[in-house]
Design a protein around this ligand. Structure first.
Ligand code: F6P
Length: 319
């Protein structure tokens, strides 16, 4: 292996830059040239490929987002598009690829691997919804943003005796919501992995208010209901002012936490080593604080990410 490519794909996540930097710097250490591909698989298809040098990744470790850019590119499912991507890689004499992203990005890496092109996936998404790893890059930063937001909401809720409904990202994974609920001391937590009964929730809040509870925070994962409607219904049932706040993309930005930077650095450096050891079709993980790797096809098709039930239960126990 003399030349490898690196790209970031799907929704960006804080810590992606640290992962790119680790791949580039580990490459320099092992005399491997690293090429950056702009805008994910789209740039791979459009041949937006250029050499990354030591200085190309100076000062990026502190920056959120991804300096390579990212894109969702569903067209990559098409055979002709993938064939063009492989032709572009061959044109630059690139022997292998590191893909940093979420499950959609892993699908692309899997299909390139099936075409005989070695790829290593690095889990980069705030959602923490990838199998084979305890944490994904970006999760910890997004969690800290969500907790800070909940702390701020608590201040104003407590001043006004209000109820606050906070919508947290995560797509279909409740990890970000339940972890934010525990760290932010939210009173109620609603995640997609557990059946949601709106009437029951409203009844519980109502009982809390009847017992003298002055304010409350409801942390709810996105894509579960219309949070403005939920806030309206809570207010109508309890007589207590209720406001909904959608944290949205604020959770995706900002300087990555030390934990995300360190995990990204470890995974990026190890991904380079794996390629040099002759591996392809693998994806990186952090399990019990060890850097591990799994078969990428297994990871997408067979391994399931376990629901963090303990965290969910904890938020209910500590209510
Ligand atoms: O996968 C990361 C994520 O931020 C999810 O939490 C969210 O559902 C989605 O991306 C939002 O996507 P977009 O940035 O395309 O609106």
């Amino acid at each position: 292996i003399k030349r490898i490519g690196v790209l970031t794909s799907g929704g960006d996540a804080p810590g992606m830059n640290a992962a790119i930097r680790a791949v580039v710097r580990a490459g320099l250490h092992h005399n491997v040239e690293v090429f950056g591909i702009r805008s994910g698989y789209k740039g791979l298809y459009q041949d937006e490929i250029s050499l990354l040098e030591r200085h190309s990744v100076s000062d990026v470790i502190t920056r959120g987002g991804t300096f390579l850019g990212s894109a969702r590119f569903p067209e990559f499912k098409e055979e002709a598009i993938r064939a063009q991507a492989v032709a572009n890689l061959k044109k630059h004499a690139i022997d292998a690829l590191v893909v940093i992203g979420g499950d959609g990005s892993y699908m692309g890496a899997m299909s390139l691997t099936e075409l005989g092109f070695p790829c290593i996936g690095i889990p980069g998404t705030i959602d923490n919804d990838i199998a084979g790893t305890d944490f994904t890059i970006g999760f910890d930063t997004a969690l800290n943003v969500a907790v800070e937001a909940i702390d701020r909401l608590r201040d104003t809720c407590s001043s006004h005796n209000r109820i606050s409904v906070v919508e947290v990202m995560g797509r279909h994974c409740g990890d970000l919501t339940s972890s934010a609920a525990v760290a932010g001391g939210a009173e109620y937590v609603i995640v997609p992995e557990v059946a949601f009964d709106q009437d029951e929730l409203i009844q519980q809040i109502h009982q809390g208010v009847a017992k003298g509870k002055k304010h409350a925070i409801v942390a709810i994962c996105e894509n579960m209901c219309d949070v403005n409607r939920l806030a309206y219904d809570i207010q109508a049932a309890t007589g207590r002012d209720t406001r909904a706040t959608t944290l949205g993309h604020i959770q995706r930005g900002g300087s990555p936490t030390a934990q995300d930077r360190i995990m990204a650095s470890r995974m990026g450096a190890r991904a380079m080593e794996l390629l040099l050891e002759g591996y392809g079709g693998r994806c990186m993980g952090l399990q019990s604080n060890n850097i591990v790797h799994h078969d990428i096809i297994d990871c997408i098709k067979h391994l399931r990410r376990p629901f963090d039930e303990e965290m969910y239960q904890l938020s209910n126990t500590l209510f």
